[in-house]
Design a protein around this ligand. Structure first.
Ligand code: NAD
Ligand code: 0WE
Length: 254
């Protein structure tokens, strides 16, 4: 490793369509050494096959709903890498039933799970990572427009993303004095595993492309590029922010 090489941890790799994968590729191209995390044994083989093709990258299993697994992961990363400069949190989950029908029918357990996996995990990961980020660094998470405007059937995930964006601001305030910046990227809709369940994804993508100033959908590589920018020295003045990578969709009023 060259003296200046930065080490980052990416959470949320499921397959080659994952936004986490697009981000990992851009970070690797920018010279980062990466630890890439996948959720469980079910995703292990596919994740490891991808990671094998990314020079210098290593795979780790971590379910972010487990404090023990998070603590154990960062102990292992400390032993392997010493210090870290970047964290990418590209994880979300709500029970499938919660993304159908009306928000008013959200169950207590569905609300809890969505917030535990999609929001609290950022807090837990940030707390575990901060002691290893002794030279400062950056944390990036992924949000969606449903955090601020109603997107039918996004439901409890919209409320969770609002909490995620607020968590980014509170974490930015806590970790700023240590030189750690925390930001969210609000990405436009992308055809990934997490979007596959949506019944009318095709219609949504088309409506998004029609209304967005750039008249097209977002390429995951563009989200990757923005994450690499935020984690680089070019982003050194930005923290607590939600940056839109949505072809301009969010600026439109009509
Ligand atoms: P994806 O399914 O590829 O990624 C989601 C990841 O979350 C998966 O790798 C999954 O294994 C992981 N995950 C879920 N529960 C976990 C747990 N308990 N422990 C560890 N990992 C867990 O889909 P994606 O679209 O790449 O989603 C990544 C992020 O981007 C999510 O936060 C999502 O909300 C956000 N996002 C997606 C879109 C979109 O349209 N695809 C748009 C904006 C934001
Ligand atoms: O954040 C997301 C999706 C997050 C997600 C997806 C799933 C599908 C499978 C969270 N939990 C689950 N649980 C599952 O069981 N997106 C931004 C993509 C997305 O999801 C939608 C969207 C968009 C856009 C759901 C309804 C409406 C629009």
């Amino acid at each position: 490793m060259s003296a200046s090489q930065k080490t980052g941890v990416v959470f949320g790799l499921a397959n080659k369509r994952s936004i986490a994968w697009a981000i990992a590729q851009k970070l690797q191209e920018s010279g980062w050494r990466l630890a890439i995390c996948y959720q469980n044994e079910r995703l292990e083989q596919e994740a490891k096959d991808l990671i094998a093709d990314l020079p210098g990258a290593e795979g780790f299993m971590c379910d972010v709903s487990s404090d023990e697994q998070i603590v154990k992961l960062f102990e292992e990363l400390k032993g392997k890498y010493g210090t870290l400069q970047g964290i990418v949190h590209s994880v979300a989950f709500a029970p499938a039933e919660e993304l159908k029908g009306e928000f008013v029918n959200t169950t207590r357990e569905g609300f809890r799970i969505a917030h535990d996996i999609s929001v609290y995990s950022l807090v837990a990961v940030s707390r575990a990572a901060a002691p290893l980020m002794t030279e400062g660094g950056g944390i990036v998470t992924l949000s969606y427009y449903g955090a601020e405007k109603v997107v039918p059937r996004y439901n409890v995930m919209g409320v969770a993303k609002a909490a995620l964006e607020a968590s980014v601001r509170y974490l930015a305030n806590d970790l700023g004095p240590k030189g750690i910046r925390v930001n969210a990227i609000s990405a436009g809709p992308i055809k990934t595993l997490a979007a596959r369940g949506i019944s009318n994804l095709g219609d949504m993508l088309k409506a998004h492309a029609d209304r967005a100033p750039l008249k097209r959908n977002v390429d995951p590589a563009e989200v990757g590029g923005t994450a690499a920018f935020l984690l680089s020295s070019a982003g050194s003045g930005i923290t607590g922010e939600t940056i839109y990578v949505d072809c301009g969709y969010n600026i439109m009023g009509f």
